[in-house]
Ligand binder design. Structure first.
Ligand code: ADP
Length: 474
């Protein structure tokens, strides 16, 4: 067994359970526990007990522990990155970046936990006083995806723990090892037993149901597909739980005639091909204005053709595998259906010889909004390109989707920059930037891309309740 798994040796290598495989070569890595319903129920009850003590500590005490957790994560940056690459496939440089990004939430919320101020409000009548307190919501559950196996956990758990909540995390079936490694480091840092429990399972439907309906759980935080998010919201409705939903996207990337074309091409590469296109903020549709279309396509094509495809562990790799065969088939079908609908294959369009789960970086041109590549979430290294003439037309097309997570545009005319930024119906807009995630800014979507925000000073409010106290003069 490889050295980097030593950290989680106590939690892996079980005889029967959830099998973890490397998407780059299909090899079995190890097997982890398959939690049963009664065990999850006991963990929730234990979390409720642990919550009493944890929430009773000062924010400063919790901050010290979270700061140690941050330091331990960064000390283990390389090992964690290797685990993430091994189970989710992304290039090692991206995994190292993800560890630092994920750790950033722990550092940020360690501090924010100390600033969950209430208010003293001038009262509505003489002799009365109005105060508000912010209090931790209780035991929360977090259900996370495989594409950021580290950061999607810290983005939820760091604010939850900083607020004083206890948490049960269910990572994706494909990536339980990163989650277990984070939990081990949290315990080393001093997070008490039962304040943080990672529940690994082969049966997300059954375990997900417990995590969204158990009366002790007070809040559900989910990152994943819109389809699953809707199911979880329905389940959470049965006991009126607070929910945060980070769901799918259909990000437009618009390049106007007045843009810095080279900067736009760099931004396009970053926003499209990170994690082989498997992020919810990855560009899904490129809109390029008439006047610079040919130049953009020429420069973009040269860069896409040069992308090195291979296993994430190789230093030169920029595009790793897709997560599994089902993802591969979905991407291949979007490409073939889009071509059948009239688009042109400009580059790629084939499985890549690097291995079973590898798809060649692909560019489709002459794409229109009614084609699958423009209206389905692709989650693969496919760039559909749409040519447009004017601002009104492109804003209407960009907003013509049930999603509203991230959007990007490149322009230099100041009037246009404001107009377009305001007109795009998205929770996040990158203006002359292709990557916008950071722990200091609010991440989240509108429309069917979700509810709530993660990161920033508002990220901790998702795990707190406001209590209003009216005090009379008695
Ligand atoms: P993706 O397409 O990124 O895999 P999913 O929404 O299918 O997105 O998965 C995200 C997370 O949701 C994973 O942890 C997965 O196990 C979990 N999940 C999937 N289906 C359900 C369900 N019915 N109930 C609870 N969790 C689920």
């Amino acid at each position: 067994m490889s050295d980097m798994l030593d950290l989680i040796a106590d939690y892996i290598g079980v005889k029967k359970g959830l099998s973890v495989n490397n998407p780059a070569n299909g090899q079995h890595i190890t097997t982890v526990k398959d939690w049963q319903e009664d065990e999850v129920d006991r963990a929730i009850v234990a979390a409720a007990e642990a919550f009493k003590t944890w929430s009773g500590q000062t924010a400063k005490d919790r901050a010290r522990i979270l700061q140690r957790w941050f330091q331990l994560i960064m000390e283990h940056q390389e090992g964690l990155a290797r685990i993430a690459t091994m189970e989710c496939g992304k290039p090692l440089t991206e995994s190292r970046g993800e560890v630092a990004y994920g750790a950033g939430f722990v550092e940020w919320f360690a501090e924010e936990g100390k600033r969950t101020y209430g208010d003293v409000i001038p009262a509505h009548a003489a002799g009365k006083h109005i105060l508000t307190l912010k209090q931790p919501i209780g035991v929360i559950s977090a259900i996370t995806p495989w594409n950021f196996p580290i950061a999607m956990i810290t983005r939820k758990i760091a604010p939850a723990l900083a607020a004083g909540c206890a948490a049960i995390v269910k990572p994706a079936e494909a990536t339980p090892l990163s989650a277990l490694a984070l939990m081990v480091l949290a315990k080393k840092a001093g997070v008490p037993e039962d304040v943080l429990t990672v529940v690994t399972t082969t049966d997300p439907v059954t375990i997900g149901k417990i995590l969204t309906t158990h009366p002790i759980i007070r809040k559900v935080s989910f990152t994943g597909s819109t389809a699953v998010g809707k199911i979880l919201m329905q389940q959470a409705a049965s006991t009126v739980k607070k929910t945060s939903m980070e769901l799918g996207g259909n990000a437009p990337f618009i390049v106007f005639d007045d843009a810095d074309i080279e900067a736009a091409v760099d931004g396009a590469m970053a926003s499209k091909f990170r994690n082989a296109g498997q992020t919810c903020v990855c560009t899904n549709r490129f809109f390029i204005q008439d006047g610079i279309y040919d130049e953009f396509l020429r420069l973009f094509t040269a860069k896409v053709a040069a992308l090195k495809v291979g296993p994430g562990k190789d230093a030169a790799t920029r595009i790793g595998p897709l997560i599994n065969e089902a993802a591969m088939q979905k991407v291949a079908k979007i490409v073939s259906d889009t071509i059948a609908a009239g688009a042109d294959l400009h580059l790629g369009g084939i499985r890549h010889p690097a291995g079973d789960n590898f798809y060649a970086p692909t560019i489709l041109t002459n794409v229109t909004m009614d084609m699958p590549a423009a209206n389905m979430e692709i989650f693969g290294p496919i760039a559909p390109i749409i040519r447009f003439k004017n601002e009104d037309e492109v804003i209407a097309a960009a907003n013509d989707t049930p999603y509203g997570l991230a959007a990007y545009f490149y322009a230099r005319d100041l009037g246009r920059v404001w107009r377009v930024a305001e007109a795009l119906e998205y929770g996040m807009v990158g203006i002359n930037e292709g990557i916008l995630s950071t722990e200091v800014a609010p991440f989240g979507g509108i429309k069917q891309s979700g509810i709530g925000r993660e990161g920033a000073s508002c990220g901790i409010d998702e795990y707190m309740e406001i209590k209003y106290c009216l005090m009379g003069s008695g």
